[in-house]
Design a protein around this ligand. Sequence first.
Ligand code: PMV
Length: 353
Amino acid sequence: ADSTIYRASTTAPVNIAVVKYWGKRDPKLNLPTNSSLSVTLSQADLRTLTTASCSASYLASEGDSLLLNGEPSDVSGARTQACFRELRTRRAALEAADPSLPKLSTMPLRLVSENNFPTAAGLASSAAGFAAFVRAIANLYELPASPSELSLIARQGSGSACRSLFGGYVAWRMGSAADGSDSMADQVAEAAHWPEMRALILVVSAAKKGVSSTSGMQQTVATSGLFQERIARVVPQNMDAMEKAIKERDFAAFAEVTMRDSNSFHATCADTYPPIFYMNDVSRAAIRAVEAINAAAGRTVAAYTFDAGPNAVIYYLEQDTEAVVGTFYHVLGDMDGWKREVLSGLKPTLSLD
Ligand code: PMV
């Protein structure tokens, strides 16, 4: 029997949304209620490295498996299974068209995945994780798929993952097709278009988030009236304004939309019944610190944004590093518990842990 082990590796970066994805119109296919836009962070700082392998010698009884940071991880979830199924179907079509190809689609898959940042840092890692997962298998299967096509598959693993198939400034267009065939990501601008962009991550808590994004979204869609206003008017406006700000490299406009959109997203969470609070007192102190930094500079040099947890991501431009990062240490340095911490290879990071 053929004992060849077929193997492929890839890395995928973390992305942080400046116009947030929040709400599923189809939970099964991970179709969103609104478009979203993110900035992909540097791979030198935050990325997932994944190796996919398959072999006829892998025991069929063991099935597909995933080792995440050295720990066996459950792959039986519907989202992970959808990714496996989509990728196998595409490989099987290639094998049907060319019988000389090895039948990789019939072999068990083994995935080994490592983050280059502490998992305990409480940073959303599912985006990089599913993007690397999908591309590693696509490479292994030698699928002739573009990043946008792979984003269609990664989207089914974790919505935000579809944006990590591209670098730079990335939009996920919500689409309108019921089967999700037009709900995918595209690149608004390369990182080189605005190379001065930086992100500072304030680790407020490394604890796992209290309400998962899936259940938070479900509750928001079901119970928030404000959410209807957000998806009908606020997000479409923010998408347009954000694309324009990026094209024109207008940091003040980029920052205002980023902060307004984060506020809008967290307002819809507070508007659910019962309310969901992702930010805490330290998160709010970070917002006040950004406002103080901008006031002291006499112009907008920093923008905050928060995902489904208390950690802050602060966007700023390289030339304003001293005003932003320096002042952050100054303002928050006195606060009990703040300490400067440089996570392995990460940009300057403040931690309250
Ligand atoms: O991809 P998910 O299901 O983990 O949802 C991500 C939701 C936010 O991070 C809050 C917003 C976003 O667009 O990334």
